[in-house]
Design a protein around this ligand. Structure first.
Ligand code: F6R
Length: 610
């Protein structure tokens, strides 16, 4: 996820680009850059860090003059956050200048090809190959060249392109990554998202997948990627600028919950072999023989990331039969954990900066133990200090309550469990193709699970005045219950507890009284009857039971007060789907209670203190 913006018209482009980027910083803030046509040449300024650093670079006498340009705010994927990796990128002659959002999947192959032809690359990014390719394939016509290049690049991209060969023209191309065109009077715009241009116009074209736009100051024409003209309807934006930033959603949390199908898809991209039989993890570079030697794994994390680890523990143990401990980092770091050279430490951290998790990572490294980090932030401390890193491609998570980071952590852990089983040729390796096929269905199933939102909203309206709730489940359902309970506490401020369903009767059942809400997660086939018995125990005490269960489960309907039906999925993978209604439940309970959903009291997004 990155933000791109482009301008061509009669205003000073620098002002329009900086303003547009300020509205897109939610899409990433690892670096920012602008390129502007200035007296026949292109002037480029970029800086690592937040947009303010760039704004300082182009302030006062250093201001860049010109009325055509492109800008970018980066969420690092390929290559750490740095000035060199910041966009815009150019070819060696500086003929083409581009900004990009997305991932060029075949960039390594293209880079080798272009290097052999004499191109020199100045960044570690996938994006830079596109600038070089444009120069390499230049036909004498920008439009034709862009069409030819689009046929050579695979993956997801939104591109803003300009060239010295044809000043006065901007081209925008969209494949999967979002892109809009803003239509003005004597000026036109491109942007990743509407807020970037809302100050100047409310009339936009929303480019379709596989569509491109050719902009001059006075005209916008659109085409498909075969070069055929397309017809577009002007969309008139009626939302306020702040609502638009959230993509029309009322809160970032709701937006991020709805981004999960896309985030899951991105995290899977490039990690399953084309024949669907194997996991590909090029990013893990273990010494030969290490995978076979591992005899114990410690997963260390905090909060929601720890809950993802609880699912990961079960997945890794089941597929590899290696014993896995999963512990909160603040406890782990102080208890002198017993490790050896055959122990693998996995730290899970969305931000990559959590103090306790980082302390555990450093402690492990001091003891000479190999550390694998699962993190969402390229260039974070965890990513830099771990021996190996698996990135979750969730995109920036703004809301304090973690949602899409959790589901993409789960995806990473399932992939890792399958990969490790494969590397060790473990007993359960034959199950892997089936699991991988299940993983590939998850984006679509997550989309279906999101359809539960209206019924959950209605439920929350009648329910949110309660002060206590219990979440129960067994096995992986218990791990998901822990996450559901944390989410509810965190943003609705209701007291909630998660219990292993079979453990209730050892004390906590004393708290089950008439009408107390019990949310039961019931997706594990082999534990179904056992969980049902526990549900009957709480029903016998007149609790109100809401079950999250598979659609078509008629049995559960007879035993509970209300069912939230989720699409059927391999129970091994069900946490990715069953957590979605629980996230929605917490969200709507928080809204009904009038809380600040995205910034709950007393909490911060990145906990860098002990
Ligand atoms: C809850 C939440 C927190 C974080 C925890 C760890 O919604 O977001 O519990 O999961 O603070 O943060 P990271 O994953 O950044 O290490």
């Amino acid at each position: 996820m990155c933000g791109i913006v482009g301008y061509i018209g009669n205003k000073q482009a620098q002002d329009v680009l900086l303003h547009g980027l300020s509205k897109l910083e939610y899409r990433g803030y690892d670096s920012a850059g602008i390129a502007i046509f200035d007296n026949g040449g292109v002037e480029l300024k970029k800086s690592v860090g937040r947009l303010a650093n760039l704004a300082e670079l182009v302030d006062g006498p250093d201001r860049i003059h010109g009325s055509q340009g492109i800008g970018h705010t980066r969420w690092a994927t390929h290559g750490r956050p740095s000035d060199a990796n910041a966009h815009p990128h150019q070819d060696n002659q500086g003929n083409f200048t581009i900004v990009h959002n997305g991932i060029i999947e075949n960039y390594m192959q293209l880079r080798d090809e272009l290097t052999a032809k004499g191109h020199t690359f100045l960044s570690e990014t996938d994006t830079e190959v596109v600038a070089h390719l444009l120069d390499d394939m230049w036909t004498g016509d920008l439009f034709d060249t862009v069409l030819a290049v689009a046929k050579r690049i695979h993956g997801a991209y939104a591109l803003g392109i300009m060239t010295k060969h044809e000043p006065g023209k901007l081209i925008a191309v969209r494949k999967q990554s979002p892109l809009i065109v803003g239509l003005g009077e004597g000026e036109n715009f491109i942007a990743s998202d509407i807020p970037a241009i809302l100050e100047y116009t409310r009339n936009v074209y929303i480019l379709d997948d596989g569509e491109m736009a050719v902009l001059t100051a006075d005209k916008v024409e659109t085409f498909d990627l075969e070069g055929n003209p397309t017809t577009k309807e002007v969309y008139e934006v009626t939302w306020s600028a702040s609502a638009a930033e959230k993509g029309g959603y009322e809160h970032f949390m709701l937006k991020e919950i709805h981004e999960q199908p896309r985030a899951i898809r991105d995290t899977l991209t490039g990690r399953i072999s084309e024949d669907g039989q194997k996991v590909v993890f090029d990013e893990i570079a273990w010494p030969a023989g290490y995978a076979e030697k591992i005899d114990r794994i410690h997963i260390v994390a905090c909060g929601t990331s720890w809950h993802a680890g609880m699912v990961g523990k079960q997945a890794i143990e089941r597929l590899t039969r290696i014993p896995v401990d999963c512990e909160v980092a603040s406890e782990y770091r102080y208890r002198e954990p017993i490790v050896s050279e055959n122990t693998l430490i996995i730290v899970i951290t969305q931000s990559g900066e959590t103090a306790d998790t980082m302390a555990a990572l450093r402690e492990a490294k001091e003891q000479g133990v190999r550390v694998l980090a699962i993190t969402n932030v390229v260039g974070s401390s965890a990513a830099r200090e771990a021996d190996d890193v698996i990135f979750t491609w969730a995109g920036p998570e703004i809301s304090v309550a973690s949602t899409k980071a959790y589901t993409t952590q789960l995806i990473s852990l399932y992939l890792f469990a399958a990969w490790l089983a494969q590397e060790r040729n473990a007993a359960h390796v034959s199950e892997i193709p089936n699991i991988l096929s299940g993983l590939k269905q998850l984006p679509e199933l997550a989309d279906m699970a999101l359809q539960t939102a209206p019924s959950i909203e209605a439920f929350a309206k009648n329910w949110a005045e309660k002060e206590h709730a219990f979440f129960i489940g067994r096995g992986m359902d218990y791990a998901v219950s822990m996450e559901g309970s944390l989410k509810l506490k965190e943003i609705s401020y209701m007291h909630a507890e998660a219990y292993a369903a079979g453990e209730l009767k050892h004390g906590t059942l004393a708290l089950i009284v008439e009408d107390i809400p019990v949310i039961a997660v019931v997706t594990q086939e082999q534990l179904y009857d056992k969980t049902l018995s526990n549900i009957k125990e709480v029903k016998a005490r007149d609790a109100f039971v809401l079950a999250v269960a598979f659609e078509g489960d008629e049995e559960i309907k007879k035993s509970v007060d209300q069912v939230i039906a989720i699409p059927r999925v391999n129970p091994f993978l069900s946490p990715v789907i069953s957590v979605i209604p629980l996230q929605l439940l917490a969200y709507y309970a928080s809204v009904v209670r009038g809380n600040d959903v995205d910034n709950p009291r007393n909490l911060a997004k990145s906990v860098t203190v002990e």
